[in-house]
Design a binder for this molecule. Sequence first.
Ligand code: AMP
Length: 189
Amino acid sequence: MSARRILLLGPPGAGKGTQAQRLVDRLSIPQISTGDMFRAAVAAGTELGKQLEAIMDSGELVRDEIVIAVCRERLTQGDAGDGFILDGFPRTVGQAEALDGLLDSLGVKLERCVALVVDDEAIVQRLLKRAQVEGRSDDNEETIRHRMRVYREQTEPLVAYYRERGVLVEVSGMGGIDAVAHGIQEALA
Ligand code: AMP
């Protein structure tokens, strides 16, 4: 039996998106990526998208109220009823507390937080490579280093938050994609 209400935690470039996709295929539950939802809003040119674009390009975090509203909407959709993989949300303690309240109101609990453990410098190099391939506008070196600092300051405290709640498992994110996927599978068992 695998956990089905899952949070993937880790700095930008740790491989959360790739691993989330593996879990989507294996467990048939949706990936909920705030970054992907925000990029879709930017691409669609919506009002929200226009506000988000500048924030994302700077490497800063989008305001908690906006992020929480978007996730509330997404988590209450039918396909998330039997499980979900959160990727890139929550990113602050305030968002984590809001998520607890939201899941409480839905009568469910987060079953596992998988924290991918990686080396910062290796990640910066990985992201610079991704910048060339995908051409993401927030993948330049200055913004990458800034997003790393933002992660360490605002998001890393969630490791302790979920450890205290007894749902944290740390998995090395430094191996190949298959090796990391295997580590995650064991962590969810
Ligand atoms: P990602 O694709 O997860 O790396 O997200 C790209 C950008 O979207 C981040 O650098 C933030 O500007 C914004 N973003 C995504 N998720 C969140 C979140 N949970 N809280 C605040 N900002 C977010």
